[in-house]
Every structure is written in structure tokens, then in C-alpha cells.
Design a protein around this ligand. Structure first.
Ligand SMILES: [Zn+2]
Length: 427
């Protein structure tokens, strides 16, 4: 090991344990080699180069649902749309107008932007194959989920399965930056392909990630094959998918996803706004996390997630921003702050609220991506991914300060032991 470096802060919040006043971490070869009080860590590493941060140190944040290649879609994401279907039409127009865009470049811009708000790990959905591998290029942790959308059985069998298999087996990956498969949503892919895609991910040993119960029109789509979403999908495809042609399945979103093999501890969902108690129970029983993306939900004209119910029912969740096509920033802490307000408005005000929201934005996200042994907490042996926030470091309210005031207040971000961003305020 090269000489360790030490980073100190007035308070360190390891997530794996209670906040540490006058804390520090030591880093060697990109990994955490000590976490404790400043005195303990400096005594164990007397020759280390020391950086003294002002603020509160946490693990790097995990953005559990985003599409980094859409970082240029600011015009779509910075206004509120009246309905989900209207937002979806606007989004598709933007995508079509931007055909030929350098998706790799826009995705890299997204990573750089997110690092400035303390995010070091991403569940990134990749629609265009050029953007696969961006997490590896940028040296950040996460899973790049190659997306399939609008696929029926003939297309799957004639070309898509082979193309997806090649992409999933040949894309670059590291210990921290992995590859996954994202069947976009159970309504945007024909049923037999959903089942084939889930089976393919398991054969290849890669993770799954799916948009589920995002729109209020999804439930009638699955149950009876009716509603605005059913009409819109039929219009785009030019004919009804198989479940629409047979008048729906009688199942809600979570049951239908389960029947296609999309749930499990190797999979996580995005949104989950309209799962209902039964749907949340199915996901919890399957060990499937939901990435809640409250600011995105409001932009696309749907309800915010019922986070109070997730908390009260112990349904596992993480936090995502979604893309700049449905959000005004990639700052995970802004979604965390909104979740706090929504939880309280929804009737959840337990004393563990702030701690659980911080867990969701760190360890919860890491677990949703299958990276819980590598990132998500400050523990010896994990990757030295750190964020420092300029918020009130009073020990008795530090978790609340991070949750309420952390947005826009990241002053430093360290990725694999390397300082990747530092606010001028800190100099
Ligand atoms: Zn999304």
C-alpha cells in the first residue's frame, strides 16, 4: 500500500454506525483503511497526508435511477407537464430531434455534474449503446443498464436478443462498475419478451432494472388493457401488444411484473408510485428495492411517491433523480429533502425519519444495485467514495441538517480516494 491519506471533518456520518464528532477516514489504494475519530485515525497513520474538510462527511451518494445520456434534455425537465402521456410525447419528440447526438459526451457531462452534488454511484439506464461504458470511463461506481423498449417476439428472436447478449457480454466493466439489463417497462415491451429478457439477465448473471407503476394509467393497462396509456402504446406500436389484444391480465403492476420474472433480489424498480399496499408487499417479499424519484414524478404530472407508506411498511427503497428530461438537477439531496416533506405530510414522523432517508440515499441505493459490499457506507474495506456537505454539524441534529439542507451544499467529492471535486468556498 502506498502512504495512506487522511481526510478529517468536524462530523463523519458513516451510515454503518452513529455520527462521529471530530471524525476522520484513512484511505489507501482507493479503499477505506480506517474510520474513526480524528485522534484515532491520525495516531494509526502518522505519516499520512492530511486534508481537513469543513462540513459533514458522508459516503458518496447513490443515484438509484437516472439516464445520464439525457443530460442535454434540460428544456423538457425544467418545466411541469400536465399529464404523464403529454410528458411522454414531449420527451419522445426531443429524443427524435436529437438523433445523432454524442450520447457518450452527454452522459459524461451528467456524471461530472452529479459528482458536484456528492453522487459517486449510479443506476444509469443506457438507451443508445455508445453511452454504455461511461461509468467505467469516469471511474465511478454503479450499474449501466442497457435498455430495451418497443420490442415484440419476432424482433427479439430475429435480432434483438443477439444484439443485447453481445452488448451485455462485451461492454467494459470493473469491480465497482457493472453491467445490467433494463426492460424499460412492462407496458413498453411485449409480454413474451419481458419473460425472455428476465431469463437472459439471469443466464448472464447481470442485474435488472425496470420502470414500474410510474403512471396512474398503468394499472388499467395491465388489468383490463384500457386507458390512455393503452391507447398511446397501441398508437406508437401500430397494433396492440399481446396483453392488450386479450383485454388485459387481471393483474396489477407488481403482480404482472412478478409473473414475467422481473422481481427478485437481483432486480430493482424505479418510481413505484402506484404500487398500492399489495404491490409494495410483493416487492418487499421478493427483496426488490424501489428507487423513489419524487421531483421527477411532479415534473411528469403524476403524484409523488407515498414514502410514508414505504417507511411505515418497511418496504425497501432508494432515491433517484431520474434524468434531466424529467428533473431540474441531478442533486440526489434535493429529492431526499422532498421525500422528508412528503413523509411528514403523509403522516410519518418517526424519530428515525432522517436516518432512514440518508440510508436510502447511500446504503439503500448500493443494495438496490447489488453493490452493498463495495460502496454505500464508510467501513474499512469499502471504496473510498466520500462527500462533504456544508451544513450545520451539530451532532444532535446532523442527520436532519443533511436531509433538509444538503441540496446544493456539497463542497467536496472523493471517488476511489481521489478528490474529484472541491468547491471554491473551501479554498
Ligand atoms: Zn427513468
Amino acid at each position: 500500500m502506498r502512504n495512506a491519506s487522511v481526510h478529517t471533518a468536524p462530523v463523519v456520518v458513516p451510515i454503518a454506525g452513529p455520527p462521529i464528532a471530530d471524525g476522520a477516514v484513512a484511505v489507501g489504494d482507493g479503499l477505506l483503511v480506517a474510520v474513526g475519530t480524528r485522534d484515532e485515525v491520525l495516531a494509526a497513520h502518522p505519516a499520512a497526508e492530511v486534508t481537513e474538510w469543513e462540513g459533514v462527511m458522508t459516503p458518496g451518494l447513490v443515484n438509484a435511477h437516472t439516464h445520464l445520456q439525457y443530460t442535454s434534455f434540460v428544456e423538457v425537465g425544467s418545466v411541469t407537464h400536465p399529464t404523464y402521456v403529454k410528458w411522454s410525447e414531449r420527451f419522445v419528440d426531443e429524443y427524435e430531434n436529437r438523433r445523432g447526438e454524442d450520447w457518450r459526451a452527454t452522459a459524461r457531462q451528467g456524471v461530472e455534474e452529479a459528482i458536484r452534488s456528492g453522487t459517486t454511484c449510479f443506476a444509469d439506464i443506457v438507451t443508445d449503446i455508445e453511452a454504455l461504458g461511461v461509468l467505467v470511463d469516469e471511474g465511478v461506481a454503479g450499474v449501466s443498464y442497457f435498455e430495451i423498449i418497443g420490442v415484440d417476439r419476432p424482433a427479439w428472436e430475429s435480432r434483438v436478443e443477439q444484439r443485447v447478449t453481445e452488448a451485455l457480454t462485451s461492454a467494459p466493466r470493473t469491480t465497482y462498475s457493472r453491467i445490467g439489463l433494463s426492460p424499460h417497462a412492462p407496458y413498453s415491451i411485449d409480454e413474451p419478451v419481458l419473460k425472455e429478457a428476465a431469463a437472459l439477465a439471469r443466464r448472464l448473471g447481470v442485474r435488472l432494472h425496470v420502470h414500474l407503476a410510474e403512471s396512474d394509467t398503468e394499472d388499467s393497462y395491465y388489468r383490463t388493457g384500457t386507458g390512455d396509456l393503452a391507447d398511446r402504446v397501441t398508437l406508437r406500436v401500430g397494433r396492440p401488444w399481446s396483453i392488450l389484444a386479450r383485454g388485459g391480465t387481471g393483474m396489477g403492476a407488481a403482480e404482472f411484473a412478478e409473473s414475467c420474472g422481473l422481481l427478485g433480489p437481483d432486480s430493482h424498480m424505479a418510481h413505484g408510485v402506484y404500487l398500492g399496499r399489495h404491490g409494495r408487499h410483493l416487492l418487499t417479499a421478493a427483496g426488490t428495492y424501489v428507487a423513489l424519484c419524487p421531483r421527477s414524478n411532479l415534473v411528469v404530472g403524476i403524484d409523488p411517491p407515498p414514502v410514508a407508506d414505504f417507511l411505515a411498511e418497511n418496504a425497501p427503497f432508494a432515491v433517484g433523480t431520474d434524468s434531466l428530461g424529467s428533473n431540474s438537477s441531478l442533486d440526489v439531496m434535493a429529492d431526499v429533502a422532498l421525500l422528508r416533506r412528503l413523509a411528514i405530510d403523509g403522516g410519518y414522523d418517526g424519530p428515525d425519519l432522517d436516518r432512514r432517508l440518508l440510508e436510502a440515499a447511500t446504503m439503500g441505493g448500493a443494495t438496490a444495485l447489488g453493490l452493498e459490499a463495495e460502496v454505500g457506507t464508510l467501513e474499512v474495506g469499502k471504496r473510498a467514495d466520500l462527500a462533504i456537505f456544508d451544513v450545520d454539524p451539530s451532532l444532535d441534529r446532523v442527520e436532519r441538517s443533511l436531509v433538509e439542507d444538503g441540496a446544493g451544499q456539497c463542497v467536496g467529492t472523493i471517488v476511489g480516494g481521489e478528490v474529484r471535486w472541491q468547491s471554491r468556498r473551501f479554498d
